[in-house]
Design a protein around this ligand. Structure first.
Ligand SMILES: *[C@@H]1O[C@H](CO)[C@@H](O)[C@H](O)[C@H]1NC(C)=O
Ligand SMILES: *[C@@H]1O[C@H](CO)[C@@H](O)[C@H](O)[C@H]1NC(C)=O
Ligand SMILES: *[C@@H]1O[C@H](CO)[C@@H](O)[C@H](O)[C@H]1NC(C)=O
Ligand SMILES: *[C@@H]1O[C@H](CO)[C@@H](O)[C@H](O)[C@H]1NC(C)=O
Ligand SMILES: *[C@@H]1O[C@H](CO)[C@@H](O)[C@H](O)[C@H]1NC(C)=O
Ligand SMILES: *[C@@H]1O[C@H](CO)[C@@H](O)[C@H](O)[C@H]1NC(C)=O
Ligand SMILES: *[C@@H]1O[C@H](CO)[C@@H](O)[C@H](O)[C@H]1NC(C)=O
Ligand SMILES: *[C@@H]1O[C@H](CO)[C@@H](O)[C@H](O)[C@H]1NC(C)=O
Ligand SMILES: *[C@@H]1O[C@H](CO)[C@@H](O)[C@H](O)[C@H]1NC(C)=O
Length: 421
């Protein structure tokens, strides 16, 4: 926890008792968590979080997931099961999950009995648990320990992953922190809502961004701020977009954009809204399958179709740095739009391409609409759960590896939002 930008307070409070009183009343606070997006075919936006106060605890790689709502980590002794291609079938393989958190060795933990079941990716990953823990959570490179954070402890995992009979290798998430807006149907621990309810932040806001990546294709870096905004992480206006969520949906939903590449605009022709999901490895563009815009996209965009994905006809490193997708989203104000550019290079994430040598397969598909981790690398996204507002600005502009810029940081107080501070 940090207190807000000092210069501002110092100015207004210098010789003013009322202001000093107010400052003591409302201690403006925020939390900062650095995030990154590693090179890899199944990478998502992640952060390194240490759970609890055990001095030997190591950070856990946590998916920072705007597509889900709950926060969990594996319990000691948790077992994952896999080896079946079929949904819901317990396969022959299992493994005890290596864990970094044990509430019994953390002096700050408070464990309570609560069952939880969370399902991801069309039920292909299901985790269950019997307890919650409240404990301190500390982000590597962040603004310090966050006390009394509640998360579920999962002891069972069922993964729809086939196996050749050796049961020797499986990959799965080590923890997921759901960032989607809190609603009255949120089932378990909501990190953002808890920060607000425990007065760690004074507004139900968050913003997330990535820095500009230069040089060879590799890890992208960024950050998330809870209860504050850093205006040096975007350029141009921060524009409110309609919240297109429907009953029973979980996540951040916005109306579909048109997409421009190589100066040619394609009109997305599938009737759908789009999920903004930092916990998805790729993006999908809403071109109707087998439709005319999809065909025109592959004929005219300069990109090619490879096994159901979009590819660049050349090595990943040969993708020009200035080649970009430009998405034009409708703004909340009728007739206005906000453009978000994402470098095509940010979609090159190490997808294996042994069958297509000389082609860089992108983490991009056609059909349905998801704006996943690649899109996260270009957008500055702001959320305010107070009224369900969502806003986008052009991100991917700040210096690689840069943390928060104190001079550009504004704490968002009660009754304020990301665009009224
Ligand atoms: C997380 O830890 C890995 C491994 O040490 C490191 O490469 C990465 O930069 C860290 N990411 C963040 C966001 O701290
Ligand atoms: C894990 O698999 C082994 C070998 O098939 C089996 O003996 C064991 O009972 C399984 N463990 C669990 C917890 O299912
Ligand atoms: C929690 O559950 C365990 C095991 O079912 C039980 O032994 C314990 O008494 C429960 N604790 C509380 C506080 O209900
Ligand atoms: C099965 O898969 C494992 C892990 O991917 C691999 O090491 C092994 O060689 C495979 N075995 C067979 C028989 O294909
Ligand atoms: C949740 O809120 C919505 C409107 O915001 C309302 O229609 C619905 O009945 C509420 N559901 C529950 C379970 O309270
Ligand atoms: C644990 O955290 C939850 C959510 O913030 C809170 O409601 C609850 O009171 C906390 N429990 C304890 C024992 O502090
Ligand atoms: C997409 O393009 C069509 C045709 O030019 C236009 O009517 C529509 O407003 C555009 N939508 C967006 C979100 O840019
Ligand atoms: C894109 O089109 C505009 C107008 O049609 C033109 O002025 C501009 O030079 C074009 N840019 C590129 C990169 O082709
Ligand atoms: C990819 O480029 C090569 C030449 O560099 C060309 O021969 C080939 O036809 C192209 N493939 C597609 C699908 O456009």
């Amino acid at each position: 926890m940090l207190s807000s930008a000092l210069p501002l307070l110092a100015l207004s409070a210098l010789s003013n008792a009322v202001a000093i009183e107010r400052r003591q009343d409302v201690t403006p606070t925020y939390h900062y968590i650095p995030v990154d997006y590693e090179y890899g075919y199944d990478s998502r936006v992640t952060a390194n979080l240490t759970f609890g106060s055990d001095s030997i605890a190591k950070p856990v790689k946590v998916v920072m997931d705007s597509g889900s709502s709950n926060f969990w980590v594996w319990a000691p002794g948790a077992v994952v099961h896999w080896g079946s291609q079929y949904l819901g079938v317990v396969g022959p393989c299992n493994e005890t999950v290596p864990t970094e958190y044990d509430p019994s060795t953390s002096t700050t933990s408070v464990v309570s009995n609560h069952s939880s079941t969370y399902a991801y990716a069309g039920n292909s990953k299901i985790v269950t648990g019997a307890t919650y823990s409240n404990d301190t959570v500390t982000a590597e490179g962040g603004s310090g320990g966050i006390p009394n954070v509640q998360f579920a402890l999962e002891d069972y995992g069922l993964l729809k992953i086939g196996d050749n009979g050796s049961c020797t290798y499986v990959e799965y998430d080590t923890a997921i922190l759901g960032l989607s807006p809190y609603t009255n149907t949120t089932a378990g621990p909501s990190f953002r809502q808890n920060l607000y309810e425990t007065s760690e932040i004074t507004s139900r806001t968050m913003v997330m961004w990535f820095n500009k990546h230069v040089g060879a294709i590799g890890k992208l870096t960024g950050g998330a701020l809870f209860g504050a905004i850093d205006t040096s992480k975007f350029t141009g206006p921060l524009v409110r977009v309609p919240n297109a969520i429907e009953t029973d949906q979980i996540g951040v939903y916005v109306p579909k954009p048109n997409v421009t590449i190589n100066n040619i605009t394609f009109v997305t022709d599938q009737d759908t809204n789009c999920l903004v999901d930092s916990g998805a490895h790729g993006d999908s563009l809403p071109f109707a399958y087998g439709g005319t815009e999809s065909a025109r996209f592959f004929a005219e965009s300069g990109l090619i179709e490879v096994d159901g994905s979009v590819g660049y006809n050349g090595s990943c490193e040969s993708i020009p740095a200035d080649m970009k997708f430009s998405y034009s989203f409708p703004a909340e104000k009728t007739g206005e739009f906000v453009n978000i550019d994402v470098p095509v290079r940010n979609y090159a994430r190490g997808y294996p391409n042994v069958f297509h040598p000389g082609v860089c397969v992108l983490n991009l598909e056609v059909g349905g609409c998801t704006f996943g981790a690649p899109f996260s690398s270009g957008v500055f996204m702001a959320l305010d759960d107070e009224d369900g507002s969502i806003a986008f600005a052009q991100g991917g502009v700040s210096e690689e590896g840069s943390g928060i810029d104190e001079a550009s940081l504004k704490t968002i107080g009660k009754g304020q939002s990301f665009d009224t501070v």
